[in-house]
Design a protein around this ligand. Structure first.
Ligand code: PEP
Ligand code: MN
Length: 369
């Protein structure tokens, strides 16, 4: 699926805008002093184009700080007037949209807990019709690319042309080092589906801790994302929400200075020639991999016939554990990560099992037709 959506390129969103588009500011607006102090320092950082602050905060559990509400919009208007930064906040219903627009907020983002709900996204889209604000759609909390795509389509159908996506990672039941799993293949697939869609990475909510901000930001730049939204606070330890992941504006300067920005589109013919040759080699190996997979599956089918004949279950877990651990050891010897071997072999194994189950139950499935 490839969707043709009319999207204004990011470098035309504002004067002097370009890659990487940096949005920064506190998780939540807490007081006029906190907002102004943070914004004035951020405005001194040339890469920072927009100031973020949550006014209405969706909290996982009740009883936490739920944002200052509409009174914080005046502070955002003051930021805009006094610093010239664009302002950005989260909207989760129609009322938020009307209020934010009334106070001149330039960028509205739809949070991860809202983009899961097509009713709410449609309500927001209807409220946006006829306006020309910038809208950024965060990925839904669950790794569902169709929901993410659908939310973007709804906003685009309301006539919004300066539209982008924010990749903030996906929640999992298991505790992992990062607060939210990045699943980088999902935003990459989103960009394939919606050509020209700017994607902004949110390393603060992916990592959930200050120490991960640089590595995640660099990874996003290497994947050619258009920008970063990074939470910052003049005194992060005292933040009323997401204290562990906010950095000071000074730390933001360091992160930005360390980032290596590589060339997304080399024009030099020599570079392109070399890249072309290497890519041809990759294509040859990819064809090879497909042939090998075909051959491997043919053997799996023969095993399926054999198990059927001898009334043996498809899955023998001990055999499978042995296959994976042997492959991980061999892969390690060849410099291949356990993560790669595990993912590839699990996918191959699943396919073998599916085919064997189909073979074993062929007659039964046919009889059911
Ligand atoms: C936020 O940006 O502060 C926020 C609540 O983000 P998310 O919707 O990604 O959890
Ligand atoms: Mn936050």
């Amino acid at each position: 699926m490839v969707l043709q959506i009319e999207i204004t390129p990011l470098n035309q969103w504002m004067q002097g805008g370009g890659r990487p588009f940096i949005i920064s500011g506190p998780c939540s607006a807490e007081s006029e002093e906190q907002v102004m102090k943070t914004a004035i320092t951020l405005a001194g950082i040339k890469e920072v184009k927009a100031f973020r602050a949550g006014i209405w905060k969706p909290r996982t559990r009740p009883g936490s700080f739920e944002g200052v509400g509409s009174k914080g919009l005046k502070w955002l208007r003051k930021v805009k007037e006094e610093t010239g930064l664009l302002t950005a906040t989260e909207v989760a219903n129609e009322k938020h949209v009307f209020e934010a627009i009334k106070y001149g907020v330039d960028i509205l983002w739809i949070g991860a807990r809202t983009s899961v709900n097509p009713f709410t996204v449609q309500e927001i889209a209807d409220a946006l019709a006829g306006t020309d604000v910038i809208v950024l759609v965060k990925n839904p909390v669950n790794p569902d690319i169709d929901l993410w795509t659908g939310a973007i389509e709804r906003i685009a159908s309301a006539g919004i042309k300066r539209i982008g996506a924010i990749h903030r990672g996906f929640s999992t039941f298991e505790k992992t080092a990062y607060r939210n799993q990045p699943n980088w293949q999902i935003p990459i697939e989103l960009r394939r589906r919606i050509p020209g869609l700017p994607i902004i990475c949110d390393p603060s909510h992916i990592g959930g801790a200050r120490k991960y901000i640089f590595e995640l930001s660099q990874k996003a730049m290497d994947l050619n994302f258009e920008g970063l939204i990074i939470e910052s606070h003049y005194d992060p330890e005292k933040a009323l929400s997401d204290a562990a992941q906010q950095i000071t504006p000074d730390e933001l300067v360091e992160v930005l200075a360390r980032l290596v920005l590589r060339n997304p589109d080399p024009a030099d013919p020599k570079l392109l020639d070399t890249l072309g040759e290497l890519r041809q080699q990759i294509d040859v190996f990819d064809d090879h991999l497909i042939e090998l997979l075909e051959q491997r599956m043919q053997i799996a089918d023969r095993i399926g016939e054999f198990k059927k004949h001898n009334n043996i279950t498809v899955l023998q877990s001990a055999r499978w554990d042995e296959v994976i651990s042997k492959a991980v050891v061999k892969g390690k010897d060849k410099g291949l990560s356990a993560e790669l071997i595990d993912a590839v072999f699990k996918a191959i194994h699943q396919e073998s099992i599916n085919r064997q189950i189909r073979i074993i139950n062929k007659e039964m499935l046919n009889n059911n037709k």
